[in-house]
Design a protein around this ligand. Structure first.
Ligand code: MN
Length: 191
């Protein structure tokens, strides 16, 4: 069964000025699509021919893991945004963030620091562990918290392809704009 690029729940220009149409066209239309194509080309003849994407993320190595995890990570990332979403968490997730980090502002600072200081390509994640506690972790390259038994709640892609067209080398500016495109109603559903 071939994997497909999931449809975006918003128009390519819907997240402007925070994430431009041009970035969506390249990041989603070219990079995300390439990971899907690569994965589909790598799977035939391996034990992953009938696997779900989540199984591949948890069990594969090498190119199948890299491309499979990048498909999963990008789908998770792109489905965290909406043009008119809730820009702050509410309910249980808001309480958990306050309990763990002190306040939403303090959480944002800590998450932005993790995203900003990650050396090279990778992803910053807000995760929930098996005891229900929140944590912020960094993963290099295609890294995914599912492999560590953690539940992903939110991610920020800090590969340069995520921001270079809009912000060039200014990763902190991209991270700052990231908050303005997030929809915490969608994020909260994962908690
Ligand atoms: Mn990316």
């Amino acid at each position: 069964m071939a994997f497909e690029l999931p449809k975006l729940p918003y128009a390519p220009d819907a997240l402007e000025p925070f994430i431009s149409k041009k970035t969506i066209e390249f990041h989603y239309g070219k990079h995300h699509q390439a990971y899907v194509n690569n994965l589909n080309n790598l799977i035939p003849g391996t034990r992953f021919e009938k696997s779900t994407l989540e199984q591949i993320v948890k069990e594969a190595d090498g190119g199948i893991f890299n491309n499979g995890a990048q498909v999963w990570n990008h789908t998770f990332y792109f489905t965290s945004f909406s043009p008119k979403g809730k820009r702050e968490p509410a309910g249980d997730l808001a309480h958990a963030i306050e309990k763990q980090f002190g306040s939403f502002t303090a959480f944002k600072e800590e998450f932005a620091k993790a995203a900003g200081t990650l050396f090279g390509a990778g992803w910053a994640w807000l995760v929930k562990n098996s005891s229900g506690t929140l944590d912020i972790i960094q993963e290099s390259n295609a890294g995914n918290p599912l492999r560590k038994g953690l539940t992903p709640i939110l991610t920020c892609d800090v590969w340069e392809h995520a921001y270079y067209l809009d912000y060039q080398n200014k990763r902190p500016d991209y991270i700052s704009a990231f908050w303005d495109a997030l929809d915490w109603e969608l994020v909260s559903e994962r908690f």
